[in-house]
Design a protein around this ligand. Structure first.
Ligand SMILES: [Zn+2]
Length: 123
């Protein structure tokens, strides 16, 4: 389930290792999203129900079937250690999640950190 009332601020992270560390070691605002440098096709959106809730992320492929954004995976990173998180992220970046049968169309509202400024989730 993807929160439809959110606008996410997408930050570019240097590497899959960096993203795995960030998602397993820190709790992020509900409007934080990330992509890995050089792989802007894939975006991880914070889909947690609250800042105190499990850190669940929706994995989005921006140009899926018919060029529409697809949610291809959902991962609760607060239940993962670093190695597990890196494994999931690497799998996505290697396009191995592209053909997941449970993927479905989504319409996430995405901004750059500059565009985002503040919303009720990060104020
Ligand atoms: Zn915000």
């Amino acid at each position: 389930m993807l929160h439809t009332d959110r606008i996410w601020s997408v930050s570019v992270v240097e590497s899959a290792e960096e993203l795995a560390r960030m998602l397993t070691e820190m709790t992020w605002s509900c409007c934080n999203a990330f992509c890995v440098k050089g792989h802007s096709e894939y975006v991880w959106l914070n889909d947690a129900t609250s800042p105190d809730g499990a850190q669940e992320y929706a994995v989005i492929k921006l140009h899926g079937s018919n060029d529409q954004p697809l949610q291809i995976e959902s991962i609760t990173f607060s239940w993962c250690n670093f190695e597990e998180a890196l494994g999931y992220i690497t799998r996505t970046l290697q396009e191995k999640d592209d053909s997941n049968s449970f993927s479905y169309k989504v319409h996430p509202a995405l901004q750059t950190p500059d565009q985002h400024e503040r919303c009720s989730h990060c104020a």
